[in-house]
Design a protein around this ligand. Structure first.
Ligand code: ATP
Length: 253
C-alpha cells in the first residue's frame, strides 16, 4: 500500500493518486480551488491518451532534456498543482539539470507562496542544492498585468530556458515573446501554452517530470553538438499533431 489506501495494481491507481494529492494540496493551502478544475480538465485528456506516455511525448522529453543541458540559466516554474503532484520529482529534475525552481502563482498570495516554498524544502530542495525562488518578485514579464507578471530577476527574469508545467496560455506567450525558450508540459495539445512552446510535452506531469530527468541523466555524457542536434531535429508541430491524433482517434492500447 502507498500513501493512498489502494493497491498499486488497482486499474485507476494513478488517477486516484493524482486526485488524492491535489485534494491534499488544497487542504494544506498549496493548491487553489481553481487547481481542482485544471486537474479535471487534464484528467479527461489523460484518459483519452490512455494514461501513458505516447512515443512523441517521450521524444519531446528527450529534446527537453537536451535543451535543459544546453541552458546557461534554466528555471523550472511551479504552481500549486505541480507542488502538490510532483514536489520530490521536480527537485530531482532541477538537481539533474542544475536548474532553480521558481514558484509562480496565477492567484498569488503571500501565504500560499510561503507554503509552497516550504513544501519544496520539505521535499529535499536544500539537501539537493536546489534554490527555490519566487518570493522576491523583483522583476516583471512585459505585456502582462501586474500580479501575473511578477518574477524573480535572478530566476525567470534572466533565464534562458524555462520549464512551465501547466502554465496559463497568456504567461507562456509573454515568456515566449521575451525570447525565453520554453518546455511546456500540458496534457492538452491545443492549449495556447503548448502551441507557443519550443518543446511541448503532451503528457501528465506525474510521468513527464521523471521522464525528462531520466533523459537528462542519460544525456550527461553527450557532447554539445549531440545535444544541439537533438533540439534541432525535434519538430514541435509534429509532436502536437501526433498527440492530437492519439486523442482524437482514441486508439487505447
Ligand atoms: P491555455 O490558456 O493554455 O489554452 P488554460 O489556461 O485555459 O489553457 P487551464 O484550465 O487554466 O488551461 O489549465 C489547465 C491546463 O493544464 C489544461 O490544459 C490541462 O490539460 C493541463 N493539466 C491539468 N492537469 C495536468 C497534469 N496533471 N499534467 C499535465 N497537464 C495538466
Amino acid at each position: 500500500m502507498s500513501e493512498l489506501d489502494v493497491p498499486e495494481s488497482h486499474p485507476r491507481y494513478q488517477s486516484l493518486l493524482t486526485r488524492h494529492r491535489i485534494a491534499e494540496g488544497v487542504d494544506r493551502g498549496i493548491t487553489s480551488r481553481q487547481g481542482l478544475i485544471a486537474e479535471g480538465r487534464g484528467e479527461a485528456f489523460d484518459y483519452l491518451l490512455g494514461e501513458r506516455t505516447i512515443p512523441s511525448a517521450d521524444d519531446a522529453a528527450r529534446a527537453a532534456a537536451a535543451l535543459l543541458r544546453l541552458a546557461d540559466r534554466p528555471v523550472i516554474s511551479v504552481n500549486g498543482n505541480v507542488a502538490a503532484l510532483v514536489p520530490g520529482e521536480t527537485v530531482d529534475l532541477a538537481a539533474a539539470v542544475d536548474a532553480d525552481v521558481e514558484v509562480n502563482l496565477f492567484d498569488r498570495t503571500d501565504e500560499r507562496m510561503r507554503a509552497i516554498v516550504a513544501h519544496f524544502r520539505d521535499h529535499g530542495a536544500d539537501e539537493a542544492g536546489v534554490a527555490v525562488r519566487g518570493v522576491d518578485a523583483d522583476a516583471r514579464i512585459p505585456g502582462l498585468d501586474h500580479e501575473r507578471a511578477k518574477v524573480d530577476a535572478d530566476g525567470i527574469g534572466s533565464a534562458d530556458v524555462v520549464v512551465v508545467p501547466l502554465e496559463d496560455g497568456d504567461r507562456a506567450a509573454a515568456l515566449a515573446a521575451m525570447g525565453t525558450s520554453e518546455v511546456v508540459i500540458d496534457l492538452n495539445p491545443l492549449s495556447r501554452s503548448a502551441q507557443v512552446a519550443t518543446v511541448p510535452i503532451v503528457d501528465n506531469v506525474i510521468r513527464a517530470v521523471p521522464t525528462v530527468a531520466d533523459h537528462a541523466r542519460d544525456l550527461s555524457g553527450a557532447s554539445r553538438a549531440e545535444l544541439k542536434r537533438l533540439v534541432r531535429e525535434f519538430d514541435a508541430e509534429a509532436a502536437l499533431a501526433a498527440a492530437e491524433d492519439a486523442i482524437r482517434s482514441g486508439r487505447l492500447e
